[in-house]
Design a protein around this ligand. Sequence first.
Ligand code: SAM
Ligand code: SF4
Length: 312
Amino acid sequence: MSITKLFGNAMTWKEFWKLISSNVQFAHMKVTDRCNLRCGYCYSNTFGEDMSLDVAKRTIDALLGLNAGSVWITGGEPTLNRDLVKILSYTQKHNLATGLATNGLDKKGNAHSYVYLEDLVGSGLNFVSVSLDSVRDTDVSEKSLERLEPLFDRFVQLRGKYGTIIQANVVINRQNMYELRSLVEFARRKDILIGFSLNMPPLNSDCHVLENPALLYGEDGYRYLSENTCAWLIREQQAGNILGLPEYFKDMQQYLQGRHNMYCSAWKKYLAVDNQGNVLRRNRLSQGPDAKIWELTENKLETYRAQFEQEI
Ligand SMILES: C[S@@+](CC[C@H](N)C(=O)[O-])C[C@H]1O[C@@H](n2cnc3c(N)ncnc32)[C@H](O)[C@@H]1O
Ligand code: SF4
């Protein structure tokens, strides 16, 4: 069934965003910890087996029980989970709006085939965020245009058929910071959304980046970022050329000087379920089993919600 049939009309990204933002139960499902790449900045860790289809279905059932309107599927690299298409079919069957974060590459580092992508999109994907960091591979990331352009073309074709929203997601790092304009230009040419985030430190507070951000971006780099990139990105956003920017762009200077006590707060109030079915606070997804608050199987989601509602 196509997304258009599911929702009457294909959603615009604004509608999708409103939907996910208005639900406190906006949930992330980490369907695998495994990955085919080793990005230099990655905060993801490896802890165990892929999420099984059974755990995925029980998670989705539980989320539906909480009236969640959407689920965001992530990893590791989610396309390595062999049951991903079945998981998506299950979310579609239950009318759960679904987004996927992916690097778009297969085990050999090539863009996924049209046939596989159609399986994904056709089984119920409303929003896909494909990571795109640079024009060519760098030491930090292989999520480059030279590898991914065919993938974006395939998604654009599939968008015509299924209405899926496509976003390129860029993590600004030491090696791509001078070519961001090419990426915005690419997104404009293909008529896809583009979003940016900074290279967030891991969530443990003794991370060196907080003490000396220049280690991450280099002295010149972080001056360039705070003096040029920040203002330019805000202008691009105001012109409607890029998707919303995280809050911290408004005071990038402060962020880059480490004068803040902020971690990836984008996730703070959301629910996350890791690959073993553990329910976590979303901002701890990358911290592993010790961050677990309840096991889904303990059926404590209602308790979580009660506590959550008290906090807001
Ligand atoms: C953890 S990845 C999972 C999906 C997939 N493997 C990918 O890279 O797209 C989800 C998103 O988080 C981004 N990411 C990973 N580590 C990050 C960090 N330290 N700071 C900011 N974003 C990060 C990735 O680039 C990707 O866009
Ligand atoms: S950012 Fe994504 S693609 Fe890169 S290593 Fe982490 S999980 Fe893998």
